[in-house]
Design a protein around this ligand. Structure first.
Ligand code: 2PG
Ligand code: MG
Length: 418
């Protein structure tokens, strides 16, 4: 089979799930096979993430793409390093600020999307030609606040569900949908004026504080007949950099009206991990505090203590975290890194160091489902996608389609969570 060469490519501005402009790239290989990808974007953004658009202007990213478009012609679309090298020739900044991380994302993924079609294989197989392949557990946002919802909601960004007792993908998804729906009833039972409002990722956005959020999530788990931690586990994305006050050196839970210093924050996170048997705790301390993260990781071996803003999908940051003993889990968001190749280097570094990968969506998403394939190809333990909303369900439904490759031994089965 001839290698899949890029014979044409183009880009346009489209809108993401928040209604903000973003970049979508089309790539054609061997004049015949089309691939397409649309860049997502975050609301809670790590300081060291790739910059989505030059000067934060999507139009400038599109102009930069058009200026350099021809430099990508003729590349082997299946070679993620070739796309990376070509991007790096155009933009040598650390954070893709010249061409825009959105272009790096959309171009590098549209290329492999087209290459997979040309080769007649699903994307996960193109990225990882040999098995074993495992499904990730869907990690779904059920109750949210922080940067994803308005006043009255918790300061904590996300309470997440992980159906650790599910035996296959269908069952896992059904469990998350059931819990999400049950949680609405629990919220209504304590707030008769609940409007069914949801945040950016489809999680309920109720008028409750941080402590109540966990209490009602636990109640919903019980109401569903699940044993907490055995059938259904809870997780939290604190996204604590978003309420860390650098000047005053406190975590400012403004919506709840309280502040915690670093020691108190560690105590709070430890307590939640213990009391709710959390399977997952993301960014419990701010992105610069590797020492506290190390203390939490050490104290909570049963929880994936996970770096998102802290690691920004950057292999060098993983090395730094390993030096401290910080993080047992790592969020992989391709658009934090820029290109797919950057993200795969990060995944390799995580795996080498025994850090579990959680491939993740962004709060501003498209209906693309490439990340479901990337999760399988990187051996991710979990796929963080949200539960409800078309752009979230698109990724979950793709897992179901992928389970048809159950022809591959064990593919439809979920491996035990721990
Ligand atoms: C996060 C993400 C996804 P955002 O913080 O993990 O849930 O949110 O895309 O807004 O950074
Ligand atoms: Mg996060």
């Amino acid at each position: 089979m001839p290698s899949p060469r890029i014979t044409s490519l183009g880009a346009r501005l489209v809108f993401n799930s928040r209604g903000s402009k973003t970049i979508e790239v089309d790539v054609t290989v061997n004049k015949k096979f089309a691939g397409r990808a649309c860049a997502p974007s975050g609301a809670s953004v790590g300081k060291l993430e790739a910059q989505s658009f030059p000067d934060n202007k999507p139009e400038k990213a599109l102009a930069a793409f058009n200026e350099n478009r021809k430099k990508f012609l003729g590349l082997d679309a299946s070679d993620t390093k070739a796309a990376y090298d070509a991007l790096r020739k155009v933009d040598d900044t650390e954070n893709y600020s010249k061409i825009g991380g959105s272009v790096a994302y959309a171009l590098s993924i549209a290329a492999v999307d087209a290459a997979a079609r040309a080769q007649g294989v699903p994307l996960f197989k193109l990225l990882k030609p040999r098995g074993p392949y495992r499904f990730p557990f869907p990690l779904g946002n059920i109750l949210g606040g922080g940067a994803h919802a308005g006043p009255g909601t918790p300061d904590i960004q996300e309470v997440l569900a992980c159906p650790v007792g599910a035996r296959n993908v269908m069952e896992a998804l059904e469990m998350n949908f059931k819990l999400h729906s049950e949680l609405r009833k629990v919220i209504e039972s304590i707030d008769s004026r609940f409007t069914y409002g949801r945040g950016d990722e489809g999680a309920w956005a109720p008028n409750v504080n941080n402590d109540q959020a966990l209490e009602i999530a636990e109640k919903a788990v019980k109401n569903c007949g699940y044993t907490l931690g055995r059938d259904m586990a809870l997780g939290i994305d604190f996204a604590s950099s978003s309420f860390w006050d650098e000047e005053k050196q406190v975590y400012d839970y403004a919506r709840q009206g309280l502040k915690r210093d670093t020691g108190e924050q560690i105590e709070f996170a430890n307590r939640l991990m213990r009391d709710y048997r959390l399977a997952y705790a993301e960014d419990p301390v701010h992105e610069g505090d590797f020492e506290s993260m190390a203390a939490l990781t050490k104290k909570n071996p049963a929880t994936l203590v996970t770096g998102d803003d802290m690691l920004v999908t950057n292999a060098e940051m993983v090395k730094k975290a390993v030096g401290y003993g910080a993080c047992s889990g790592a969020i992989l968001k391709v658009n934090q890194a820029g290109s797919l190749h950057d993200a795969l280097l990060f995944a390799k570094e995580c795996t080498r160091n025994g850090i579990k990968i959680i491939t993740s969506h962004r709060s501003g998403e498209s209906s693309d489902s490439h990340i479901s394939h990337i999760a399988v190809a990187t051996g991710s333990k979990m796929l963080k996608t949200g539960v409800l909303g078309g752009e979230r369900v698109a990724k979950l439904n793709e897992l179901l389609r992928m389970s048809e490759y159950g022809l591959i031994a064990g593919m439809a089965e979920l491996t035990p969570a721990t």
